[in-house]
Ligand binder design. Structure first.
Ligand SMILES: Cc1cc2nc3c(=O)[nH]c(=O)nc-3n(C[C@H](O)[C@H](O)[C@H](O)COP(=O)(O)O)c2cc1C
Length: 160
């Protein structure tokens, strides 16, 4: 295989940047994640790939649930905070206030324009990331006019 072309082609995939969170109270964890997409209308499924060696992976496996916090285009600074290990203190993660989701209790960051909670239905342990297939069980929109943050709007890369 042409490794350089593989890397360049895979980096041309179009992704958003989301904050995926799991766990409750002091055990809440949240990370910036880009490998995430919808996978079914009925039932409403999403798929997300999470690093096997991270704390977020453990929290999703332990609770069987996760939340997805959608970022707006002007929230690049917030996204950057979540590429580091999560620090949870009281009702904040990395300094951002969260509240428990109404259905799964997964953390919802209150400053983001939209969110959903999902329950894990399947997981595929294929490589250095686990693919979780999860069913959306609740959602909320705080700002319907927000434009979502895309990886290509930022200087960052994740892929190849
Ligand atoms: C641009 C970018 C995109 C990322 N996308 C993902 C992703 O899709 N899945 C994932 O598990 N980690 C992803 N990460 C890595 C996590 O954000 C990072 O491993 C985590 O925040 C570090 O926390 P930890 O050391 O506690 O695991 C991404 C990082 C960056 C910089």
């Amino acid at each position: 295989m042409n490794l350089e072309a593989k890397k360049t082609a895979l980096r041309m995939l179009v992704h958003g940047i989301y904050i995926v969170a799991a766990g409750q109270g002091e055990e809440a964890v949240a990370n910036g994640v880009t490998w995430l997409t919808q996978a079914s209308f009925q039932p409403p499924l999403i798929m997300v790939a999470i690093r096997v060696d991270g704390r977020l992976h453990d929290a999703i496996q332990r609770t069987g649930a996760l939340s997805v916090n959608i970022l707006a285009r002007d929230q690049q600074g917030m996204a950057q905070t979540f590429f580091k290990p999560a620090e949870t203190q009281g009702n904040t993660i990395n300094g951002y206030v969260f509240e428990p989701g109404p259905v799964t209790g997964s953390p919802l960051l209150v400053d983001t324009p939209a969110w959903f909670e999902a329950e894990v239905r399947h997981s595929f342990h294929g490589g250095d990331h686990t693919v979780f297939i999860a069913e959306v069980v609740e959602a909320g929109v705080r700002d319907p006019d927000a434009k979502p943050l895309a990886l290509h709007d930022t200087p960052w890369q994740y892929g190849g």
